[in-house]
Unconditional design. Sequence first.
Length: 142
Amino acid sequence: MILNLMDTDHISLVARGGAEGQRILRRISTLPKGQVVLSIVTYEEQTRGWLAEIAAARTVERQKPKYYELSRMLERYCATPILPFDDAAITVFQDLWLQRLHIGTMDLKIASIALANNATLLTRNAQDFSKVPNLRIEDWSF
């Protein structure tokens, strides 16, 4: 099965619901269920982001919409297959780490998951991800 792994930026575009997110959703709708997947690392990134937003909102009134968005995010992740950062991804990660690529650790983990699962990474961040050898990337936002 062909797998397309959504990077955090594509997930965020879909969540915002703008034109770019709508283009991504249209493209996803043309594929069989299960061909677009998420990663546990993007879940970690997004969860940390919403928890930081909640912590920064000093009143419960300001926290309420942040909790709502955290809940919406959780629902999306529960409805979509999630690829793990497993032994295969860790092996790829360690190999890439030794190559000293100039890319952030979280992005390197996401790339490792994509490579370990022979998935195409859906991202707008070609500048960083193009540094990863053999990683297929596509931008579905345009």
